[in-house]
Design a protein around this ligand. Sequence first.
Ligand code: SF4
Ligand code: FES
Length: 224
Amino acid sequence: MSNSARPPKRRMFGPGTTIEDLKTYMGPFAASLGYRFNTEAEFVDEVLASELEILEATGDVYCPCRIRTGDPKEDVAIICPCIPFHREQFAAIRKCWCGLFIRTDVSDGAELLGVMDEPEAGTPIDIPVCRVSDLKPGSVRHVKVGKNDLAITRVGDEFFAVSNICRHAFGPLGDGVMEGYELVCPWHGWRYDVRDGTTDHPGSDLRVQPLFIVNEYVMIRTSA
Ligand code: SF4
Ligand code: FES
């Protein structure tokens, strides 16, 4: 079962919402994904003030630097903080599009204000998937980062990532349970060794992806 800490459930805002309300909710949400508010405090207040105007006009905190399509299914990807929807892009430019949020490893947010070029195809990008403290030993969780659909887990102080999809009948391994180094599928109990993805079922090994730790965050490496 996915039993580790999650980003806070998305909050709806309404009349009377203040900039402080937004900060109180968005700060921990962004931190759980490896981001923090820009170090330029005045800029942060300006962006959040724009979001409050948009909230009053539209009923939600849509991004001030994106154009809404009018289709709620598409526009959900630009409700602030939209980091979960654009993790590869933001990891590559080390901030969200507006610059309201910067990666926690950026010390001076002023450097990242303004439009930034996307990296060239093939450039390695390191993406935070969760905080170390959010993944307790023995827990499993599902993470989707761009093309990577993974079950990540922790055994002691070792971190592992395997494909989220069980090779038996596509069960969700991110909802499985750990027994030692074995991840047990929640549907019919197939077992996989998370160190190398192997299973007793011939030809059904899982793809594994290395994880590493930077500044208290569990990271994966992918490419632009
Ligand atoms: S780009 Fe930044 S400011 Fe805009 S919605 Fe996403 S997180 Fe919020
Ligand atoms: S789908 Fe995983 S064991 Fe059947």
